[in-house]
Design a protein around this ligand. Structure first.
Ligand code: T4K
Length: 396
C-alpha cells in the first residue's frame, strides 16, 4: 500500500476524556454545592478512592506533581545534597532547586533508564541526605538495591513516580516502596485529573505537615504554623480524576495492545531497540513508548527521524533530551562520575505516540513510515518525503 501522511497530526499523547454527560453530572454537583476548592467534598472523595486504591491512609493531593514533590521534600526536611538522575523531566530537579538542595546527577542503567545503584553509592558524601530516584516511563527503579543503600547510609529514599500510576511490583503498588512517592496527574499522563499530583508516604506524621504546606501553613483561621504555599487541588480536577480512575484498566489495556503492536511491527528494523521486558512480577502501565535509534544501523540519526516523522504528521518526542545537567540553569553544577549511559540514551531516545484512542491501524501506519524511512536511508534510495501534508497523496 502506498504511504500517505496522516490527515490529522498524530501527537505523542492525547488525554483520555470521560463522556461529557458524565462530566456534566459532576459539574452539576459542584454547582449545587457552590464549593470549588479548599478541600471540597469531591477532593475528599477522590482522596479516599486513591487511599483505597493505594491501600494507605498516607495520601495527600496537590494541584500538580511539581508542587507535590517540592512540598514533599520540604516537609521531610531534606537538605544539602540529593543524588538523582539527569534523565527525567526537568521538574524533578526544579523541586530540589526550590528547596535550595544541590542535585548530584549520577548515571542510569542501560535497560530501563533508572538510577544505577552503584553510581548512587559512589556519589554519597557527608552532605547527602536523600536519593531522589525516578520510575522513568513507569519502569520501576532497582527497588531492593536502592532500599539497601538508603538503609545502610541512613538516607531518605524518595521516588518521583510521576509516570508510575497503576504500576505494581510483586502485587504491591509502587507507592509502597521508599519513604515517599510523588505521582503526577497531568493531562498528558495515562491517569490524569487535568492537572494534579499526589504524595504517598510511609510516616503518617507527615500528613499534617503536607496539609499545612499546601494551604499557606494555616492550622486554623488565626494560626499559621509554617510558611506554606498554595498547592491545593480543586473540585474540577478531582471530578476529572475520579472519572478517569474508573477507566484505568481500560486505559492500561489499550496501551498494552499498542505496545505489543509497535514491538511486533518494528521488531526486525535494524537500529531500533525497545527496552527489554520488565522483570516477572511487574505490572506495568504502558504510559510511554520509548525506542532507541542507533544511527549507524538505522541509517539516520534519532533527530533526523524525529524531524522526518513530522513531515508525515507523526509528532514524536525526545523525552528526555537534553539531560537536565545540560540545561543552562543546571550546567554549572559539577557532575559526579561518568554519565556515559545517560548521554548515550538521551542521544538515541524517541518516544512514539501512545494513548488509548490511538487506533492499531494508525500504529501500523506509523511503523510503515519508520520502516520505509529506514530502508531508504540505508539503500540511499529516493527520499521518502511527503510532498504536502493534508494534500494529495504522496506515494513512497
Ligand atoms: N516528574 C516527572 C518525571 C515528570 O515527567 C513530570 C511531568 C513531573 C515530575 C511534574 O509533574 P506535573 O507538575 O506536570 O504534574 C509534559 C507535561 O506537561 C508534564 O506533566 C510531563 N511530566 C512531561 C513529561 O510532559 P510537555 O511540555 O512535553 O507537554 P506538551 O504540552 O508538549 O504536551 C505533550 C503532548 O500532549 C503534545 O503532543 C500535545 C499533547 N496534549 C497536551 C495537553 C496538555 C494534548 O493533546 N492535550 C493536552 O491537554 O510536558
Amino acid at each position: 500500500m502506498p504511504l500517505r501522511p496522516f490527515d490529522k497530526p498524530i501527537l505523542v499523547t492525547r488525554p483520555f476524556l470521560p463522556s461529557l454527560d458524565e462530566f456534566m453530572e459532576g459539574i452539576k454537583e459542584i454547582w449545587d454545592n457552590r464549593w470549588l476548592t479548599n478541600n471540597g467534598p469531591i477532593v475528599q472523595r477522590f482522596s479516599r478512592e486513591l487511599s483505597n486504591y493505594y491501600e494507605t491512609e498516607n495520601v495527600c493531593l496537590f494541584n500538580n506533581g511539581t508542587l507535590a514533590l517540592q512540598i514533599g521534600l520540604q516537609g521531610m526536611g531534606i537538605t544539602g545534597e540529593v543524588i538523582t538522575t539527569p534523565f527525567t523531566f526537568v521538574a524533578t530537579s526544579h523541586a530540589l532547586y526550590w528547596n535550595k538542595i544541590r542535585p548530584v546527577f549520577v548515571d542510569i542503567e542501560p535497560d530501563h533508564y533508572t538510577l544505577d545503584p552503584a553510581a548512587v553509592e559512589a556519589a554519597i558524601t557527608p552532605w547527602t541526605s536523600a536519593i531522589l530516584a525516578v520510575h522513568v516511563y513507569g519502569f520501576p527503579c532497582n527497588l531492593n538495591a536502592l532500599a539497601d543503600i538508603a538503609r545502610r547510609h541512613k538516607l531518605a529514599l524518595i521516588y518521583d513516580a510521576a509516570h508510575a500510576f497503576g504500576v505494581s511490583v510483586g502485587g504491591r503498588p509502587i507507592s509502597h516502596f521508599g519513604d515517599m512517592s510523588m505521582f503526577s496527574f497531568h493531562a498528558t499522563k495515562l491517569f490524569h485529573s487535568i492537572e494534579g499530583g499526589m504524595l504517598t508516604f510511609r510516616d503518617s506524621g507527615l500528613k499534617e505537615t503536607f496539609d499545612y504546606l499546601k494551604n499557606f501553613g494555616f492550622k486554623n483561621e488565626v494560626e499559621v504554623v509554617m510558611p506554606g504555599t498554595n498547592a491545593k487541588m480543586n473540585e474540577m480536577q478531582a471530578l476529572m480524576g475520579m472519572l478517569v480512575l474508573k477507566q484505568l484498566d481500560h486505559l492500561i489495556g489499550s496501551s498494552r495492545r499498542i505496545d505489543a503492536a509497535y514491538r511486533e511491527c518494528l521488531k526486525d528494523v535494524p537500529g531500533i531497540r525497545f527496552p527489554p521486558p520488565l522483570p516477572a512480577g511487574v505490572d506495568y502501565n504502558f504510559i510511554f513508548q520509548p525506542i532507541e535509534v542507533d544511527e549507524e544501523q538505522f541509517g539516520m540519526s534519532r533527530d533526523a527521524l524525529y524531524e522526518r516523522l513530522k513531515e508525515w504528521n507523526v509528532h514524536t518526542r525526545r523525552y528526555f533530551y537534553p539531560l537536565i545537567c545540560d540545561y543552562a540553569c543546571y550546567r554549572s553544577i559539577p557532575v559526579n562520575g561518568s554519565l556515559a549511559v545517560a548521554r548515550r540514551v538521551a542521544d538515541r531516545i524517541l518516544t512514539l505516540p501512545i494513548y488509548d484512542s490511538l487506533e492499531l491501524s494508525d500504529v501500523e501506519g506509523i511503523c510503515d513510515i519508520v520502516i520505509s524511512l529506514q530502508q531508504q536511508a540505508t539503500t540511499r534510495g529516493p527520499s521518502a518525503r511527503p510532498a504536502m501534508i493534508d494534500k494529495a497523496a504522496p506515494v513512497v
